[in-house]
Ligand binder design. Structure first.
Ligand code: HAM
Length: 437
Protein backbone atom coordinates (compact mmCIF):
# COMPACT_ATOMS: atom_id res chain seq x y z
CA UNK A 1 0.00 0.00 0.00
CA UNK A 2 1.19 3.51 -0.77
CA UNK A 3 2.49 5.39 2.25
CA UNK A 4 0.23 8.21 3.42
CA UNK A 5 0.74 11.11 5.84
CA UNK A 6 0.78 10.40 9.59
CA UNK A 7 -2.53 10.63 11.48
CA UNK A 8 -3.22 14.14 12.74
CA UNK A 9 -1.05 15.88 10.16
CA UNK A 10 -2.06 17.79 7.04
CA UNK A 11 -0.50 18.63 3.70
CA UNK A 12 -0.89 22.17 2.45
CA UNK A 13 -1.27 21.94 -1.31
CA UNK A 14 -0.24 24.99 -3.40
CA UNK A 15 -3.49 26.92 -2.90
CA UNK A 16 -3.35 26.61 0.88
CA UNK A 17 0.44 26.88 1.08
CA UNK A 18 0.14 30.22 -0.77
CA UNK A 19 -2.55 31.30 1.70
CA UNK A 20 -0.35 30.27 4.67
CA UNK A 21 2.45 32.46 3.30
CA UNK A 22 0.08 35.42 2.94
CA UNK A 23 -1.23 34.72 6.47
CA UNK A 24 2.32 34.98 7.83
CA UNK A 25 2.89 38.18 5.86
CA UNK A 26 -0.24 39.75 7.38
CA UNK A 27 0.98 38.80 10.86
CA UNK A 28 4.48 40.16 10.17
CA UNK A 29 2.94 43.38 8.86
CA UNK A 30 0.62 43.90 11.86
CA UNK A 31 3.10 42.79 14.55
CA UNK A 32 5.91 44.71 12.84
CA UNK A 33 3.92 47.91 13.42
CA UNK A 34 4.29 47.24 17.15
CA UNK A 35 8.04 46.68 16.98
CA UNK A 36 8.14 42.88 16.80
CA UNK A 37 11.02 41.26 14.91
CA UNK A 38 11.21 37.69 13.61
CA UNK A 39 13.05 34.89 15.35
CA UNK A 40 13.40 31.27 14.19
CA UNK A 41 14.21 28.66 16.83
CA UNK A 42 14.66 24.89 16.38
CA UNK A 43 11.70 22.55 16.07
CA UNK A 44 13.78 20.12 18.14
CA UNK A 45 14.63 21.25 21.66
CA UNK A 46 15.91 19.45 24.72
CA UNK A 47 13.11 17.54 26.40
CA UNK A 48 14.06 19.09 29.72
CA UNK A 49 13.29 22.59 28.43
CA UNK A 50 9.60 21.77 28.23
CA UNK A 51 9.54 19.75 31.45
CA UNK A 52 10.98 22.70 33.36
CA UNK A 53 9.37 25.47 31.32
CA UNK A 54 5.81 24.26 30.69
CA UNK A 55 5.54 22.00 33.75
CA UNK A 56 5.87 18.25 34.19
CA UNK A 57 2.29 17.85 35.40
CA UNK A 58 0.63 19.57 32.43
CA UNK A 59 -1.16 17.45 29.84
CA UNK A 60 1.04 18.98 27.16
CA UNK A 61 4.20 17.62 28.78
CA UNK A 62 2.96 14.47 30.52
CA UNK A 63 0.71 13.15 27.75
CA UNK A 64 1.12 14.99 24.49
CA UNK A 65 4.80 15.51 23.86
CA UNK A 66 6.56 13.74 21.00
CA UNK A 67 10.03 12.76 22.16
CA UNK A 68 12.77 12.33 19.62
CA UNK A 69 15.68 9.94 20.06
CA UNK A 70 18.44 8.93 17.71
CA UNK A 71 18.42 5.25 16.70
CA UNK A 72 21.46 4.69 18.86
CA UNK A 73 19.83 6.15 21.98
CA UNK A 74 16.58 4.34 21.25
CA UNK A 75 18.51 1.05 21.29
CA UNK A 76 20.21 2.01 24.55
CA UNK A 77 16.82 2.75 26.14
CA UNK A 78 15.27 -0.43 24.73
CA UNK A 79 17.99 -2.49 26.34
CA UNK A 80 17.37 -0.81 29.70
CA UNK A 81 20.32 1.60 29.48
CA UNK A 82 20.46 5.26 30.45
CA UNK A 83 20.40 8.16 28.00
CA UNK A 84 21.74 11.53 29.20
CA UNK A 85 19.06 14.19 29.52
CA UNK A 86 20.81 16.43 26.97
CA UNK A 87 20.37 13.67 24.37
CA UNK A 88 16.65 13.45 24.99
CA UNK A 89 14.97 15.74 22.52
CA UNK A 90 11.36 16.65 21.91
CA UNK A 91 9.42 18.12 19.01
CA UNK A 92 8.32 21.49 20.39
CA UNK A 93 4.68 21.47 21.58
CA UNK A 94 4.68 25.30 21.63
CA UNK A 95 7.03 28.17 20.85
CA UNK A 96 7.38 30.16 24.07
CA UNK A 97 9.88 27.94 25.91
CA UNK A 98 12.24 27.84 22.90
CA UNK A 99 12.12 31.61 22.36
CA UNK A 100 12.76 32.29 26.06
CA UNK A 101 15.64 29.79 25.94
CA UNK A 102 17.14 31.65 22.95
CA UNK A 103 16.71 35.04 24.64
CA UNK A 104 18.62 33.71 27.67
CA UNK A 105 21.25 31.94 25.56
CA UNK A 106 22.11 35.07 23.54
CA UNK A 107 21.49 37.49 26.38
CA UNK A 108 19.04 39.45 24.24
CA UNK A 109 17.66 41.42 27.19
CA UNK A 110 20.67 43.25 28.54
CA UNK A 111 20.38 44.85 31.97
CA UNK A 112 18.46 48.11 31.77
CA UNK A 113 17.83 47.73 28.04
CA UNK A 114 14.46 48.06 26.33
CA UNK A 115 12.34 44.91 26.19
CA UNK A 116 12.94 42.56 23.29
CA UNK A 117 9.91 41.93 21.06
CA UNK A 118 10.02 38.74 18.98
CA UNK A 119 7.58 36.95 16.67
CA UNK A 120 7.69 33.46 15.23
CA UNK A 121 5.73 31.15 12.98
CA UNK A 122 5.90 27.45 12.38
CA UNK A 123 4.83 23.93 13.24
CA UNK A 124 4.16 22.71 16.78
CA UNK A 125 3.53 19.08 17.78
CA UNK A 126 1.14 17.59 20.31
CA UNK A 127 0.09 13.94 20.43
CA UNK A 128 -3.59 14.74 20.95
CA UNK A 129 -6.52 12.73 19.63
CA UNK A 130 -6.99 14.32 16.20
CA UNK A 131 -10.27 15.94 15.20
CA UNK A 132 -11.38 18.98 13.21
CA UNK A 133 -9.28 21.89 14.51
CA UNK A 134 -7.06 19.63 16.60
CA UNK A 135 -3.99 18.22 14.90
CA UNK A 136 -0.80 16.53 16.01
CA UNK A 137 1.22 18.88 13.85
CA UNK A 138 -0.30 22.35 13.61
CA UNK A 139 1.00 25.82 12.89
CA UNK A 140 1.19 28.70 15.27
CA UNK A 141 2.16 32.31 14.93
CA UNK A 142 3.27 33.79 18.21
CA UNK A 143 4.92 36.76 19.85
CA UNK A 144 6.97 37.10 23.01
CA UNK A 145 7.97 40.34 24.74
CA UNK A 146 10.70 39.91 27.34
CA UNK A 147 12.10 42.40 29.80
CA UNK A 148 9.08 44.47 30.89
CA UNK A 149 6.37 43.73 33.43
CA UNK A 150 4.31 46.83 32.75
CA UNK A 151 0.59 46.18 32.14
CA UNK A 152 0.83 48.22 28.93
CA UNK A 153 2.80 45.32 27.39
CA UNK A 154 -0.06 42.89 28.11
CA UNK A 155 -2.73 45.29 26.83
CA UNK A 156 -0.74 46.18 23.71
CA UNK A 157 -0.28 42.47 22.91
CA UNK A 158 -3.98 41.70 23.30
CA UNK A 159 -4.99 44.73 21.21
CA UNK A 160 -2.46 43.70 18.53
CA UNK A 161 -3.85 40.16 18.33
CA UNK A 162 -7.42 41.46 17.97
CA UNK A 163 -6.23 43.81 15.22
CA UNK A 164 -4.63 40.88 13.42
CA UNK A 165 -7.92 38.93 13.45
CA UNK A 166 -9.67 42.00 12.10
CA UNK A 167 -7.18 42.51 9.27
CA UNK A 168 -7.42 38.82 8.46
CA UNK A 169 -11.17 39.18 8.03
CA UNK A 170 -12.52 37.20 11.00
CA UNK A 171 -15.77 39.05 11.89
CA UNK A 172 -15.51 40.57 15.36
CA UNK A 173 -19.02 39.33 16.25
CA UNK A 174 -17.90 35.73 15.66
CA UNK A 175 -15.20 35.81 18.37
CA UNK A 176 -14.92 36.75 22.03
CA UNK A 177 -12.01 37.76 24.18
CA UNK A 178 -11.71 36.24 27.65
CA UNK A 179 -9.33 37.66 30.26
CA UNK A 180 -8.30 36.71 33.77
CA UNK A 181 -5.42 37.12 36.21
CA UNK A 182 -3.69 34.06 37.63
CA UNK A 183 -1.95 35.97 40.44
CA UNK A 184 1.71 35.63 41.31
CA UNK A 185 3.99 33.56 43.53
CA UNK A 186 2.86 35.67 46.50
CA UNK A 187 -0.91 35.19 46.21
CA UNK A 188 -1.38 32.05 44.11
CA UNK A 189 -0.11 29.37 46.54
CA UNK A 190 -2.74 30.27 49.15
CA UNK A 191 -5.40 30.42 46.45
CA UNK A 192 -4.37 27.01 45.09
CA UNK A 193 -4.62 25.56 48.58
CA UNK A 194 -8.10 26.98 49.01
CA UNK A 195 -9.22 25.46 45.67
CA UNK A 196 -7.64 22.14 46.60
CA UNK A 197 -9.44 22.15 49.96
CA UNK A 198 -12.71 23.02 48.18
CA UNK A 199 -12.28 20.13 45.70
CA UNK A 200 -11.57 17.72 48.57
CA UNK A 201 -14.72 18.90 50.36
CA UNK A 202 -16.68 17.98 47.21
CA UNK A 203 -14.62 14.90 46.33
CA UNK A 204 -17.70 12.65 45.99
CA UNK A 205 -19.01 14.80 43.08
CA UNK A 206 -15.71 15.24 41.22
CA UNK A 207 -14.23 13.07 38.47
CA UNK A 208 -11.05 11.04 39.00
CA UNK A 209 -9.02 13.35 36.79
CA UNK A 210 -9.91 16.37 38.92
CA UNK A 211 -9.14 14.51 42.14
CA UNK A 212 -5.75 13.53 40.76
CA UNK A 213 -5.16 17.08 39.56
CA UNK A 214 -6.15 18.47 42.96
CA UNK A 215 -2.83 17.18 44.27
CA UNK A 216 -0.62 18.71 41.57
CA UNK A 217 -2.55 21.55 39.95
CA UNK A 218 -6.03 22.04 41.44
CA UNK A 219 -6.77 25.07 39.21
CA UNK A 220 -7.06 22.74 36.20
CA UNK A 221 -10.39 21.57 37.67
CA UNK A 222 -11.88 24.83 36.33
CA UNK A 223 -11.15 23.46 32.86
CA UNK A 224 -12.87 20.08 33.34
CA UNK A 225 -15.53 19.24 30.75
CA UNK A 226 -17.40 16.92 33.13
CA UNK A 227 -20.85 18.42 33.91
CA UNK A 228 -20.79 17.48 37.64
CA UNK A 229 -17.30 18.99 38.10
CA UNK A 230 -18.38 22.14 36.28
CA UNK A 231 -21.36 22.57 38.60
CA UNK A 232 -19.18 22.13 41.70
CA UNK A 233 -16.52 24.52 40.37
CA UNK A 234 -19.14 27.26 39.81
CA UNK A 235 -19.04 27.91 43.56
CA UNK A 236 -15.30 27.37 44.06
CA UNK A 237 -13.20 30.21 45.50
CA UNK A 238 -12.42 32.78 42.79
CA UNK A 239 -8.96 34.13 42.05
CA UNK A 240 -10.31 37.69 41.81
CA UNK A 241 -10.96 37.57 45.56
CA UNK A 242 -7.50 36.15 46.31
CA UNK A 243 -5.22 38.46 44.28
CA UNK A 244 -2.60 40.43 46.22
CA UNK A 245 -2.65 44.23 45.90
CA UNK A 246 0.11 44.28 43.25
CA UNK A 247 -1.65 41.69 41.08
CA UNK A 248 -4.98 43.48 41.55
CA UNK A 249 -3.61 46.80 40.35
CA UNK A 250 -1.71 45.14 37.48
CA UNK A 251 -4.89 43.43 36.31
CA UNK A 252 -6.93 46.63 36.72
CA UNK A 253 -4.39 48.57 34.64
CA UNK A 254 -4.54 45.97 31.83
CA UNK A 255 -8.34 46.26 31.80
CA UNK A 256 -8.16 50.07 31.86
CA UNK A 257 -5.95 50.01 28.76
CA UNK A 258 -8.34 47.61 27.00
CA UNK A 259 -11.31 49.82 27.94
CA UNK A 260 -9.52 52.92 26.67
CA UNK A 261 -8.89 51.13 23.37
CA UNK A 262 -12.62 50.30 23.17
CA UNK A 263 -11.98 46.56 23.20
CA UNK A 264 -14.78 44.33 24.43
CA UNK A 265 -13.82 41.45 26.71
CA UNK A 266 -15.33 39.04 29.20
CA UNK A 267 -13.69 38.46 32.56
CA UNK A 268 -13.60 34.71 33.06
CA UNK A 269 -12.45 33.48 36.46
CA UNK A 270 -12.40 29.92 35.03
CA UNK A 271 -9.73 30.75 32.47
CA UNK A 272 -6.63 28.99 33.81
CA UNK A 273 -4.85 27.84 30.59
CA UNK A 274 -3.04 24.54 30.16
CA UNK A 275 0.59 25.60 30.61
CA UNK A 276 2.10 26.10 34.07
CA UNK A 277 4.25 29.13 33.36
CA UNK A 278 1.59 31.82 33.54
CA UNK A 279 1.54 34.55 36.19
CA UNK A 280 -0.94 37.45 36.29
CA UNK A 281 -2.63 38.19 32.94
CA UNK A 282 -4.03 35.27 30.93
CA UNK A 283 -6.35 35.57 27.95
CA UNK A 284 -7.90 33.53 25.20
CA UNK A 285 -9.78 34.35 22.00
CA UNK A 286 -12.56 31.91 21.16
CA UNK A 287 -15.04 31.59 18.35
CA UNK A 288 -18.62 31.86 19.59
CA UNK A 289 -19.78 28.85 17.52
CA UNK A 290 -21.37 26.57 20.14
CA UNK A 291 -20.89 23.44 18.00
CA UNK A 292 -17.14 23.83 17.92
CA UNK A 293 -15.20 22.12 20.71
CA UNK A 294 -11.86 23.44 19.47
CA UNK A 295 -12.93 27.07 19.63
CA UNK A 296 -9.74 28.69 20.97
CA UNK A 297 -8.13 30.49 18.04
CA UNK A 298 -5.42 32.09 20.15
CA UNK A 299 -4.30 32.73 23.69
CA UNK A 300 -1.47 33.64 25.95
CA UNK A 301 -0.49 35.70 28.93
CA UNK A 302 2.27 36.84 31.24
CA UNK A 303 5.05 34.54 32.47
CA UNK A 304 7.33 36.42 34.83
CA UNK A 305 9.02 33.29 36.26
CA UNK A 306 9.61 31.21 33.13
CA UNK A 307 13.09 32.54 32.36
CA UNK A 308 14.27 31.60 35.86
CA UNK A 309 12.61 28.18 35.63
CA UNK A 310 14.83 27.34 32.69
CA UNK A 311 17.97 28.71 34.33
CA UNK A 312 18.16 32.30 33.05
CA UNK A 313 18.23 35.59 34.95
CA UNK A 314 14.90 36.85 36.31
CA UNK A 315 13.17 38.46 33.31
CA UNK A 316 9.45 39.17 33.00
CA UNK A 317 7.68 38.09 29.84
CA UNK A 318 4.39 38.25 28.00
CA UNK A 319 3.22 36.59 24.80
CA UNK A 320 0.56 34.75 22.85
CA UNK A 321 0.18 32.27 20.05
CA UNK A 322 -2.62 31.84 17.54
CA UNK A 323 -3.50 28.64 15.75
CA UNK A 324 -3.36 29.02 11.98
CA UNK A 325 -5.66 26.05 11.22
CA UNK A 326 -8.31 27.26 13.66
CA UNK A 327 -8.17 30.78 12.22
CA UNK A 328 -8.75 29.28 8.79
CA UNK A 329 -11.79 27.36 10.09
CA UNK A 330 -13.14 30.61 11.59
CA UNK A 331 -12.62 32.38 8.26
CA UNK A 332 -14.35 29.59 6.34
CA UNK A 333 -17.27 29.63 8.80
CA UNK A 334 -17.62 33.34 7.93
CA UNK A 335 -17.92 32.44 4.23
CA UNK A 336 -14.33 33.04 3.23
CA UNK A 337 -13.16 31.19 0.12
CA UNK A 338 -9.49 30.70 -0.49
CA UNK A 339 -8.42 32.53 -3.63
CA UNK A 340 -7.44 30.38 -6.62
CA UNK A 341 -3.74 30.65 -7.26
CA UNK A 342 -2.04 30.72 -10.64
CA UNK A 343 1.31 29.10 -11.33
CA UNK A 344 2.34 31.68 -13.94
CA UNK A 345 1.23 34.92 -15.62
CA UNK A 346 2.71 34.23 -19.03
CA UNK A 347 2.65 30.89 -20.82
CA UNK A 348 4.72 30.48 -23.97
CA UNK A 349 3.08 28.14 -26.47
CA UNK A 350 5.00 26.73 -29.46
CA UNK A 351 3.31 26.14 -32.80
CA UNK A 352 5.90 23.42 -33.54
CA UNK A 353 9.17 22.00 -32.19
CA UNK A 354 11.22 24.24 -34.46
CA UNK A 355 10.56 27.24 -32.17
CA UNK A 356 11.12 25.46 -28.83
CA UNK A 357 14.69 26.73 -28.40
CA UNK A 358 13.38 30.30 -28.88
CA UNK A 359 10.59 29.66 -26.37
CA UNK A 360 13.14 28.36 -23.85
CA UNK A 361 15.26 31.51 -24.23
CA UNK A 362 12.23 33.82 -24.13
CA UNK A 363 11.02 32.19 -20.90
CA UNK A 364 14.40 32.92 -19.25
CA UNK A 365 14.27 36.51 -20.49
CA UNK A 366 10.78 37.00 -19.05
CA UNK A 367 11.74 35.47 -15.69
CA UNK A 368 14.87 37.61 -15.51
CA UNK A 369 12.61 40.64 -15.96
CA UNK A 370 10.41 39.47 -13.05
CA UNK A 371 7.54 37.87 -15.00
CA UNK A 372 6.17 34.54 -13.71
CA UNK A 373 6.51 32.48 -16.85
CA UNK A 374 6.34 28.86 -17.96
CA UNK A 375 6.19 26.82 -21.16
CA UNK A 376 5.49 23.27 -22.28
CA UNK A 377 8.28 20.78 -21.55
CA UNK A 378 6.58 17.87 -23.31
CA UNK A 379 6.09 18.77 -27.00
CA UNK A 380 2.31 18.82 -26.66
CA UNK A 381 -0.04 19.90 -29.47
CA UNK A 382 -0.95 23.62 -29.54
CA UNK A 383 -4.45 22.76 -28.28
CA UNK A 384 -3.00 20.83 -25.32
CA UNK A 385 -0.64 23.71 -24.57
CA UNK A 386 -3.65 26.05 -24.30
CA UNK A 387 -5.31 23.60 -21.94
CA UNK A 388 -2.16 23.53 -19.84
CA UNK A 389 -1.96 27.35 -19.81
CA UNK A 390 -5.56 27.40 -18.62
CA UNK A 391 -4.86 24.82 -15.91
CA UNK A 392 -1.89 26.83 -14.68
CA UNK A 393 -4.14 29.91 -14.53
CA UNK A 394 -1.91 31.94 -16.86
CA UNK A 395 -3.31 35.41 -17.69
CA UNK A 396 -1.43 35.62 -21.02
CA UNK A 397 -0.30 33.14 -23.65
CA UNK A 398 2.45 34.07 -26.14
CA UNK A 399 2.10 32.00 -29.31
CA UNK A 400 5.41 31.43 -31.04
CA UNK A 401 5.01 30.44 -34.70
CA UNK A 402 7.83 30.08 -37.29
CA UNK A 403 6.19 32.54 -39.74
CA UNK A 404 5.62 35.23 -37.13
CA UNK A 405 9.10 34.74 -35.70
CA UNK A 406 10.56 35.20 -39.18
CA UNK A 407 8.88 38.62 -39.20
CA UNK A 408 10.11 39.37 -35.66
CA UNK A 409 6.57 39.18 -34.22
CA UNK A 410 4.75 37.19 -31.50
CA UNK A 411 1.02 36.83 -30.97
CA UNK A 412 -0.25 37.30 -27.41
CA UNK A 413 -3.64 36.12 -26.23
CA UNK A 414 -5.31 37.52 -23.14
CA UNK A 415 -6.98 34.45 -21.59
CA UNK A 416 -9.51 36.58 -19.70
CA UNK A 417 -11.15 38.18 -22.76
CA UNK A 418 -9.58 36.11 -25.57
CA UNK A 419 -8.30 39.28 -27.27
CA UNK A 420 -5.17 38.80 -29.36
CA UNK A 421 -2.48 41.28 -30.29
CA UNK A 422 0.76 41.15 -32.27
CA UNK A 423 3.86 42.51 -30.55
CA UNK A 424 7.47 42.91 -31.63
CA UNK A 425 9.62 39.99 -30.50
CA UNK A 426 12.32 42.27 -29.11
CA UNK A 427 9.77 44.26 -27.07
CA UNK A 428 7.67 41.33 -25.87
CA UNK A 429 8.74 41.31 -22.22
CA UNK A 430 7.97 45.03 -21.80
CA UNK A 431 4.64 44.55 -23.63
CA UNK A 432 3.72 41.62 -21.34
CA UNK A 433 4.62 43.61 -18.22
CA UNK A 434 2.38 46.43 -19.45
CA UNK A 435 -0.55 44.05 -20.04
CA UNK A 436 -0.12 42.47 -16.58
CA UNK A 437 0.16 45.79 -14.78
P1 HAM B 1 -1.91 27.39 23.52
O1 HAM B 1 -3.19 27.96 24.03
O2 HAM B 1 -1.53 26.03 23.99
O3 HAM B 1 -0.80 28.45 23.91
O4 HAM B 1 -1.90 27.39 21.95
C1 HAM B 1 -2.18 28.57 21.21
C2 HAM B 1 -3.11 28.26 20.09
O5 HAM B 1 -2.61 27.20 19.28
C3 HAM B 1 -4.49 27.76 20.52
O6 HAM B 1 -5.33 28.84 20.87
C4 HAM B 1 -4.97 27.06 19.26
O7 HAM B 1 -5.51 28.01 18.35
C5 HAM B 1 -3.69 26.49 18.69
N1 HAM B 1 -3.58 25.04 19.00
C6 HAM B 1 -3.17 24.49 20.15
N2 HAM B 1 -3.19 23.14 20.06
C7 HAM B 1 -3.62 22.84 18.82
C8 HAM B 1 -3.84 21.61 18.09
N3 HAM B 1 -3.61 20.42 18.63
N4 HAM B 1 -4.30 21.69 16.81
C9 HAM B 1 -4.53 22.90 16.24
N5 HAM B 1 -4.31 24.08 16.86
C10 HAM B 1 -3.88 24.06 18.14
C11 HAM B 1 0.52 28.29 23.62
O8 HAM B 1 0.97 27.47 22.85
C12 HAM B 1 1.41 29.32 24.31
N6 HAM B 1 2.79 29.07 23.90
C13 HAM B 1 0.96 30.71 23.94
C14 HAM B 1 1.83 31.75 24.59
C15 HAM B 1 2.82 32.46 24.00
N7 HAM B 1 1.76 32.13 25.84
C16 HAM B 1 2.68 33.04 26.06
N8 HAM B 1 3.35 33.22 24.95
Amino acid sequence: MAITKPVGTKDMLPEEATFWMAFQETAADVFGRYGYQPIVTPVLEKHELFVRGIGEATDVVSKEMFQALSDENLNILASGGHVKSKSRLALRPEGTAGVVRAVAEYNLVAQGAAPVKLMYAGPMFRAERPQEGRQRQFNQIGIECLGADDPSVDAEGIIMLMRFYRELGIPSESIRLLVNSMGCEKCRPAYRDSVKAYIMEHADCMCEDCLRRAEINPLRAFDCKNEACRTVMESAPRISEALCDDCKSHYQAVKDYLDAAGLEYVEDYKLVRGLDYYTRTVFEVQTVDANNNQNAIGGGGRYDKLMQEIGGAATPGFGFALGYERCLLALKAAGYEMPKVSACDLFIACVNDEVRARAFALAQEARDAGVRCDFDHQSRSLKSQFKLADKLGSRLVAILGPDELAEGKVKIRDMANHEESMVDLDAIVEAVKGMLA
